[in-house]
Write a protein that binds this ligand. Structure first.
Ligand SMILES: Nc1nc2c(c(=O)[nH]1)N[C@H]1C(S)=C(S)[C@@H](COP(=O)(O)O)O[C@H]1N2
Ligand SMILES: [Mo]
Length: 207
């Protein structure tokens, strides 16, 4: 009986590895049509008329944009995948908004700036190296799949940094503060990794 089972098990194992979607980082699964909501806070109601986005800290000119001023910046889209540290990944999502580069260009980061804190209108924050939100790798978005971003997913607007675990993508984004040092955000103070690269499985502080 053992000899009949084991070759089958071995074959199945190899077959699964070969079929694994190359878009899936280690330890992740495909959430397919679902989009789980992960929020430490109660979903706030923020009218677009009340939403603001500020870039301050180590910049030559701190700036605040309101809804209309942010929409006047060049439109930019992210199409691709996202990965949550709890295990789900989602392929081929489409977010519309403005590249973080466009906001930073207006505020002119000082050469001393090395990190940012991405803080929300609710008090949540995530820390990131400045290099992870520049160079066309991060967006402030207000659309998902061509429709307004739902409040539970961070609407009216959130940060999206898709190459890092999704906890870095602050919902109800209020601003970026530029710093010359790393300053832990909400999950980083609770044992999560400072960078959070899903391809290196940087889930917890010492991964
Ligand atoms: N303000 C705020 N932003 C947040 C969070 C949060 O709790 N509050 N959760 C983070 C985590 S852990 C993830 S995985 C994503 C979840 O986004 P979603 O709820 O749209 O899937 O938002 C991130 N941004
Ligand atoms: Mo997450």
């Amino acid at each position: 009986m053992t000899s009949a089972v084991e070759p089958t098990r071995g074959f199945t194992g190899r077959s699964r590895a070969a079929d694994r979607d190359p878009r899936l980082p280690p330890g992740q699964y495909d959430a397919r049509d679902t989009w789980p909501v992960l929020s430490a806070e109660v979903t706030p109601t923020i009218a677009t008329a009340d939403w603001t986005f500020r870039v301050d800290g180590l910049v030559d000119g701190a700036r605040t944009w309101d809804w209309d001023a942010a929409h006047a910046l060049p439109r930019s889209e992210y199409r691709g995948d996202i990965h949550c540290v709890t295990g789900w990944s989602k392929f081929g999502v489409r977010f519309g908004g403005v590249s973080v580069d466009a906001f930073l260009e207006a505020a002119r980061p000082s050469p001393a700036a090395t990190h940012v804190v991405a803080w929300s209108h609710t008090g949540y924050a995530a820390n990131l190296p400045l290099a992870d939100v520049t160079g066309g790798r991060a967006w402030i978005v207000w659309e998902y799949d061509g429709a307004p971003l739902a409040p539970e997913h961070g609407g009216p607007a959130r940060l999206v940094v898709p190459h890092l675990y999704f906890w870095k993508s602050t919902k109800w984004i209020a601003g970026l503060r530029l710093l010359d040092h790393d300053e832990s955000g909400f999950w980083e103070q609770n044992g999560y990794h400072h960078r959070g690269n899903p391809w290196q499985e940087q889930r917890y502080a010492h991964d």
